[in-house]
Write a protein that binds this ligand. Structure first.
Ligand SMILES: Cc1ncc(CO)c(N)n1
Length: 224
């Protein structure tokens, strides 16, 4: 596929080529309603419980990315991925605290359809046949959808309810943005050295994540 410009990385070219999909994932009515202050709190609580389950599965996914990284001849990305795993430990504690604040019973939750579908996708990365390039690109876009979605909720002109600001800052902070940018640099470097088949698979995974993220927000806002 056309890289879309010599100095632009592959990932930026995909974001431009699939702008519509990217915006449906990062400007979803659910997160936009947080920013507008019109969010349905029942939907927010549903998202919270479902995302806690998702993040537990995301830990296993990230462990599989780390394993693929360690098998590379150059494993210098290891620290970044390990840092990501460590922050997921904090994140799980945060979810428990937040769930208590909103009286969401995490023990009593079962995954809804879109969450199950997303978790199954994450589990598919256990397959050693899936390359590090595809895995790290997938990791980057999963984090970036949250970064972009929640950063919008704390940008100029927001009316985000005070009690939701902590959630938005978790993923919308400048630090999290920098972290996503370092993942993007890793992904672009891997993609620049990958075979065209691997680049094609990574682009498919990128699009699949956008689809799954849209499904996850839909599920949170409409209980499907
Ligand atoms: C569904 C979903 N996507 C991305 C993230 C980012 O960590 C998350 N917590 N949940």
């Amino acid at each position: 596929m056309d890289s879309g410009g010599a100095d632009k990385g592959t990932t930026a070219a995909w974001m431009a080529a699939h702008r519509g999909m990217y915006e449906r994932a990062t400007r979803h009515p659910f997160t936009v309603s947080i920013r507008d202050g019109t969010v349905d709190l029942a939907a927010f609580k549903r998202w919270l419980g479902q995302d806690y389950m998702f993040v537990r599965e995301f830990v296993a996914f990230l462990a599989s990315v780390l394993l693929k990284c360690c098998k590379q001849s150059d494993s210098s990305d290891m620290e970044i991925i390990l840092g990501g795993l460590a922050s997921l430990s904090d994140e799980l504690s945060w979810f428990k605290k937040e769930a208590a604040k909103w009286s969401v019973d995490l023990a009593g939750i079962s995954p809804l359809t879109s969450n199950t579908e997303y978790c199954r996708f994450l589990q598919s990365f256990n397959d050693p046949e899936i390359s590090y390039t595809v895995a790290i690109t997938t990791f980057w876009i999963i984090e970036t959808v949250y970064q972009d979605s929640f950063a919008f909720c704390i940008q100029d002109g927001h009316k985000t309810p005070l009690e939701l600001l902590g959630t938005c800052q978790r993923w919308g902070s400048p630090e999290f943005k920098q972290y996503c940018q370092s993942l993007q640099r890793i992904a672009d470097r891997c993609l620049a050295n990958a075979t065209s088949d691997a680049v094609k698979s990574a682009e498919e995974a990128f699009l699949r994540v956008l689809e799954l993220e849209i499904g996850f927000w839909d599920m949170s806002s409409s209980q499907s």
